[in-house]
Design a protein around this ligand. Structure first.
Ligand code: AMP
Length: 598
């Protein structure tokens, strides 16, 4: 698809946008057929790799017609988890150059953030991974610009961060998927096409020191404030952490803008210093203006910070669904009356769906599956409702179905076969089919499938926990205090086992209110296993621990110190990681025990 001559602020022409939307409408219309074609391409490329050969034997799957191929493939190749692929990925990491998962050599491995599952995993990363990232970026931009057109010549304030890349034993480059993308040819293409639109140079994105990068992103974003058209990050958490940092560092930023300087105590990395100093120059008038605005904002607890400081910004754009939903309230506070646009759905393993309705509030956003990116299957799952004594698993599941057979309103776990060597790989995400875009399903992200809180027969997912915390924090909000972040832990060491929920709060709250919050959360778990166990006291009273301010920053630092990238960071909503539990307990200042069920 050719980029057009006339641009419209995304750096792509209007014709280009029409082309890419037309392309997506076409493949959506024919999604079932396109999916079979996608599978055929994956198998044609890789039918004789070791993983598939072991499962397909001598079956000449590559010579069959698409329907036959689909049926045979799903009957001969079993569903797989990351554990099944691990021995192959490990051999690749150790330097085995045989065709194990893909015909094309794999030269890079991505680390999934590991903050949702607690353990980082290696996943193959190929050119296809960067190409699809660029493609979904362009597609989503095309849909957004229909609703929120942006000015030609404008800039984007992007809170994006690379983490450090390193070499595996076999010499492959390993790092997070976002880091590989920022280092890829495709990202350079994107930067060149949108060159005049990005506030921060590459040295700021890739510094590896997120606090220093955040300061420079903010400084440059303000330096070019009149030109900023929208503000973005991968996950909403990064924007919230950036503006929280701004509340503390704005005075230094004003000095730097006034003098065209860079605080030597805040920014120590020579490459980043040079790149930023080469970009900025003294702007005393702008600094004074920002100072006046910030003093006023400080008295309003920073409400409406974005439109006040970036008067031409049209929206804030980031992933705001799933575990990011908690940060919506704070984002709305900072964004004032500016729209929040929820970004697309993907994972280190594969991109999945695009938001084709950018004007919808984040709570209502769905993702239209892109049928050329991977071959998708869907395992129908049914949340167990009544049977709390006999069920062993948390969900009851049926046989996987192809994309063309999904049903409206049904929940599924996503399975994918990718161009990067994953075959019938269970992603672990639960989605609901909320509608259709032409012939492709629009998915509502429900939760990670893995149970996060369980002591005995009780089973709660991160979505269940989110709802419970929302209920508890409503009482908190009435006092004017704010829930900054939260996590949980199932304590099974002390008997009877019980749930501990950790809260970091901004503002003063009376102990009586916190007691009520604790009780409210305990009674808000509707899982029958929990309710029965609480009544019989085989699960003890819920414990609410209030941690000191900064505890969750410590957790972020812990993950970043272990190789996670801020761009992909998600606060774990439940943890059994002993280091984390120790941090949380060391930082706990108050404990409450529920009196419900007494
Ligand atoms: P990672 O591969 O570690 O970056 O994390 C990918 C995971 O993040 C997915 O499997 C989802 O659980 C979650 N995720 C990604 N995009 C979204 C989204 N738009 N809404 C909700 N959760 C998302």
């Amino acid at each position: 698809m050719e980029a057009a001559n006339n641009t419209n602020g995304n750096g792509y022409g209007n014709n280009y946008e029409c082309d890419i939307i037309r392309w997506f409408e076409y493949i959506s219309e024919n999604a079932g057929e396109v999916q079979r074609e996608t599978l055929r391409r994956i198998l044609e490329q890789n039918y004789d790799v070791e993983y598939l050969k072991k499962r397909l034997g001598d079956t000449k799957i590559q010579d069959m017609d698409a329907c036959e191929m689909e049926t045979l493939y799903t009957s001969l190749v079993p569903l797989a988890s990351h554990t099944d692929l691990e021995p192959y990925i490990q051999r690749i990491a150790d330097g085995d150059t045989a065709s194990l998962l893909t015909q094309e050599p794999i030269t890079k491995l991505s680390l999934s953030s590991g903050t949702t599952e607690g353990r980082q995993k290696y996943v193959p990363f190929t050119k296809h991974s960067s190409q699809t990232t660029l493609q979904i970026f362009r597609l989503a931009a095309a849909y957004r610009s229909r609703v929120y057109p942006i000015r030609e010549g404008g800039r984007i304030l992007e809170f994006i961060y690379s983490s450090k890349q390193f070499k595996t034993k076999g010499g492959l480059t390993a790092g997070t998927a976002t880091t590989h993308y920022y280092a890829s040819e495709e990202f350079k293409i994107k930067q060149e096409k949108t060159k005049s639109f990005t506030c921060s140079p590459e040295e700021v994105i890739s510094s590896g020191e997120y606090k220093q990068s955040t300061y420079c992103h903010l400084l440059l974003g303000l330096f070019f404030s009149d030109q900023v058209e929208f503000i973005t990050s991968t996950f909403a958490y990064s924007i919230v952490q950036a503006f929280t940092a701004f509340e503390e560092c704005w005075q230094d930023i004003c000095i730097d803008i006034r003098e065209g300087s860079l605080s030597s105590s805040r920014i120590t990395l020579p490459k980043m210093r040079k790149a930023v100093l080469d970009t900025i120059s003294p702007k005393p008038y702008l600094a004074s203006k920002i100072e006046v605005v910030c003093k006023k904002l400080e008295s309003l607890d920073w409400f409406g910070l974005v439109p006040k400081l970036w008067p031409n910004a049209k929206y804030v754009y980031s992933i705001m669904t799933g575990s990011m939903q908690h940060y919506l309230k704070k984002l709305r506070h900072y964004a004032g009356d500016l729209p929040l646009v929820s970004a697309d759905y993907g994972s280190t393993e594969s991109w999945i769906g695009v938001n084709v309705d950018p004007s919808f509030p984040p709570e209502d956003v769905t993702f239209a599956v892109i049928p050329t990116f991977s071959y998708f299957e869907f395992i129908p799952i049914h949340r167990r409702k009544q049977d709390c004594n006999s069920a062993i698993d948390d969900f009851i599941e049926d046989e996987p179905v192809p994309l063309s057979q999904v049903k409206l309103g049904q929940e599924y776990e996503i399975v994918l076969t990718s161009f990067t060597g994953l075959y019938r790989y269970r992603l672990g995400d639960v989605v609901e089919v909320a509608g259709f875009h032409k012939g492709t399903p629009k998915l509502n992200f429900v939760c990670r499938r893995k149970l996060i809180l369980t002591v005995n027969i009780d089973k709660n997912t991160e979505k269940d926990l989110q709802l419970v915390v929302d209920r508890g924090s409503q009482l908190l909000n009435k006092t004017g205090a704010e829930l900054v972040d939260f996590t949980s832990h199932a304590d099974i060491v002390n008997q009877p086992g019980h749930y501990i929920i950790y809260w970091e709060i901004k503002g003063d709250v009376e102990e009586g209110v916190l007691n009520q919050c604790c009780r409210e959360m305990d009674v808000s778990f509707v899982d029958p296993g929990y309710v029965v166990s609480r009544r019989t006291n085989s699960i003890g009273p819920l414990e609410l621990c209030i941690v000191k301010r900064g505890a969750f920053r410590m957790i972020l630092d812990y993950f970043v110190g272990n190789g996670a990238a801020l761009s992909q960071f998600k606060t774990p909503r439940c943890t059994s990681n002993q280091v984390l539990v120790r941090i949380l307990n060391d930082w706990t200042i108050k404990r409450f025990h529920s009196t419900a069920y007494c």
